[in-house]
Ligand binder design. Structure first.
Ligand SMILES: [Zn+2]
Length: 700
């Protein structure tokens, strides 16, 4: 079963007769037989929207039959007839879901959205039916309980344990009454998190800073003023200026508005969202959610909710994450205090939280002045792309050869054949660069087919796609990327290498890594992108071919150090707050989120000039999203990537072949073979250190 969308796995005993009649072939559903294309790439030229629903239905039917076959098998459950059969079930469903889910993100239209609305509830019911099937669980449990008496190899034992844990974490091991309780908790939690998000939306919409005196716009850039005038017009207040709590309106106001009272007004509006004792107040929801999560964790046998979440992560347990955050917080806060001092020197008085952006901007101008337009001519899309291909070649020996004969879902999508040094085929990389109406915003890496093996042990080659929204070319000028876009391309390419290199016999573990590991392969590539030695190799002027001047490289490096004390401190404060909520072991009826936050932030010594990046009542990552006890993962991965890259740097060779081979094998190829930290240590020889991260961000 699809690893991305359905969480668990499947393999098909496909017995579909391949169609030999030519006339029939013209109208046949391309999902229901082999595509017959080179490397079996999706036949995008033949896939039509009317093919999805029947293919989904057939895929679910086959998957159900495969699982039924496991359940009804009268032989004693063993690895082959239970675990392997389950692992490889659902291949057809994966095949269609992989194409459909991806195209709803990058080639969407009303028809696709209607299909999604119809199929998503069916898929989730289908998935629940399997993952909560007591008969299937009984068989999995039997194999699990006897796993050490079966002559299984390490990988087989690992897969058995993973599946067993999946079932347990879903509540399959509970008695019927507890199962009902758990179901009730899950339903209530999803309702509460929806309400939390809706309250926040209402709070965002309710706040408006209305300016009717032009003098109060002093300091603001023209673009902010124009946008505020447009907003006023939309709100029926033509002739005035309206600023809102959306980031594009709020941040420039905090950075540039000379009127200090108005900065205070808008900032307090922002940090008090959900905490105004009105109908949209989120404090009571937080209390109820925290209690329910604790109850759920304890029902499933865990001490607290964070322990339940972290068990599945690389960090593994609460003390590890607590220590990790505390060790970074101390140096970050120290630097933030120095930044504050520096700003207060400029201001001549003691600053408040609503002054930070304003004076930081003054420091930035003085110390880090950097015009991105100086850099862009050296970052033409093709140069940046060829640069990352070159680095991958230097590290891993792999080559990229453009294909012009493979079907694509949109004209302009590039296809690249990726090969080993010896010429053997690895997979296909799709590159989809520019925005269009049918594409969601942002950037991501995805697969049309994941690497692995079929039930007969034949290798399945990966089809990987990077979807981006870069500034398109204009006239004769090619697409010139900003630094942010450049890093994004390398970042997604790092995910792409992970997907291309993944190898493993079982779907449950092949390429599968926990949430606090998943950004290591991607972020580590950003280090190469920005290294002066590498920049000199690929950042060349698109017209003259001139290598990027040293002066621009220095400015770029320095700009990465700006305001890092503040950024790191506000992030870590939020990550610590998240952990505090989820490691509670009992919650009294007089619990109050605002008081709790205040007490916890005082405990860590957070200064009054800085709030956590997310305060409790608008912390949607953890109360309306999937990041509870998981906000730390961003920095966890950042420490890993800095540490990994420093290993190359310290070796004196950014392309050290021995280290590259180890990184590829343990951290990309076989990353699912063992727990994240074990795999990392196989590469690094030791646990990661915070030092390289702190140094990189000027915190040490
Ligand atoms: Zn990423």
């Amino acid at each position: 079963m699809n690893r991305k969308f359905l969480g668990v796995i499947a393999l098909s005993i496909m017995t579909l007769a391949s169609c030999t009649n030519k006339e029939q072939a013209a109208t046949e559903n391309p999902f229901l037989s082999n595509y017959g294309t080179p490397y079996e790439v999706p036949a995008f030229d033949r896939i039509k929207t009317e093919h999805y629903l029947p293919a989904f239905e057939e895929g679910m039917k086959q998957h159900k039959a495969e699982v039924d076959f496991i359940i009804k098998n009268r032989a004693v459950p063993d690895f082959q007839n239970t675990i392997l059969a389950y692992d490889k079930s659902g291949a057809l469903l994966d095949k269609v879901a992989n194409i459909f889910m991806n195209l709803t993100e990058c080639m969407s239209n009303d028809e696709m959205q209607n299909i999604a609305a119809e199929i998503m509830p069916k898929l989730s019911a289908h998935n629940d039916e399997i993952s909560m099937n007591p008969l299937l669980f009984e068989k999995v449990k039997y194999v699990y309980d006897t796993r050490h008496d079966r002559n299984l190899d390490d990988q087989q034992i690992r897969v058995v344990e993973k599946y067993y844990t999946d079932f347990i974490r879903n509540g399959a091991g509970l008695n019927d009454a507890d199962k009902e309780t758990l179901k009730g908790i899950n339903e209530r939690l999803s309702l509460l998190s929806l309400q939390f998000g809706n309250n926040l939306l209402a709070e965002n919409a309710n706040f408006k800073l209305v300016v009717d005196n032009e003098a109060d716009l002093s300091g603001l850039p023209q673009s902010s003023i124009v946008a505020a005038a447009e907003q006023a017009k939309k709100d029926g207040m033509e002739g005035k200026w309206v600023f809102t709590l959306s980031k594009p309106s709020l941040i420039p106001f905090l950075q540039y508005a000379d009127n200090r009272d108005l900065r205070e007004k808008i900032y307090m509006g922002y940090v008090m969202r959900g905490n105004n004792d009105n109908a949209n107040d989120n404090k009571a929801l937080i209390e109820e959610m925290s209690k329910l999560r604790l109850q759920k964790a304890q029902l499933l046998g865990y001490e607290d909710y964070a322990s339940y979440v972290l068990e599945a992560n690389m960090a593994k347990d609460v003390p590890t994450v607590d220590t990790f955050l505390a060790e970074l917080f101390e140096p970050a806060l120290k630097v933030a205090k120095e930044e504050l001092k520096e700003m207060e020197k400029i201001a001549g008085f003691n600053l408040e939280s609503w002054d930070w952006w304003y004076y930081a901007e003054k420091v930035r101008k003085e110390k880090y002045n950097f015009d991105e337009n100086e850099l862009k001519p050296y970052l033409s899309l093709n140069n940046v792309r060829d640069g990352m291909f070159m680095v991958a070649n230097k590290l891993y020996g792999i080559t990229f050869e453009q294909r012009h004969d493979l079907p694509v879902y949109f004209d302009g999508v590039e296809t690249w054949e990726v090969k080993e040094q010896d010429g053997s085929y690895i997979g296909i990389l799709y590159l989809d660069y520019f925005p269009r109406d049918s594409k969601s915003g942002g950037a991501w890496c995805t697969s049309f087919r994941e690497a692995g093996y079929d039930i007969e042990g034949n290798k399945i080659s990966p089809l990987v796609s990077l979807v981006l929204n870069f500034t398109p070319p204009t006239g004769d000028t090619p697409a010139l990327l900003s630094w942010d876009e450049t890093e994004t391309l390398w970042h997604e390419f790092g995910h792409g290498l992970h997907a291309l290199f993944s190898d493993g016999k079982y779907n449950r573990t092949c390429g599968v890594v926990p949430r606090d590991y998943v950004e290591l392969p991607s972020q580590v590539m950003e280090n190469w992108a920005g290294d002066p030695e590498v920049l000199r190799m690929y950042a060349k002027h698109w017209q003259t071919g001139e290598v990027i001047p040293e002066e621009i490289i220095t400015k770029l490096e320095n700009s990465g150090l700006f305001n890092q004390g503040f950024n790191t401190t506000e992030f870590l404060a939020a990550a610590i707050l998240d952990m505090e909520y989820h490691k509670l072991k009992e919650i009294n009826d007089d619990f109050n989120a605002a008081d709790f936050e205040k007490a916890k932030m005082n405990e860590i010594g957070l200064i009054g000039e800085i709030y956590p990046r997310y305060r409790s009542t608008y912390y949607s990552h953890i109360f309306a999203g999937g990041y509870s006890a998981g906000y730390y993962v961003y920095y966890w991965a950042a420490v890993l990537d800095s540490d990994a890259f420093s290993y190359f740097k310290e070796s004196g060779d950014l392309f050290n072949p021995e280290l590259a081979a180890k990184f590829r094998q343990h951290c990309l190829q076989e990353c699912g073979n063992d727990e994240g930290m074990v795999q990392y240590k196989k590469f690094r020889g030791q646990e990661p250190s915070n030092e390289p991260f702190l140094k990189k961000h000027g915190l040490k």
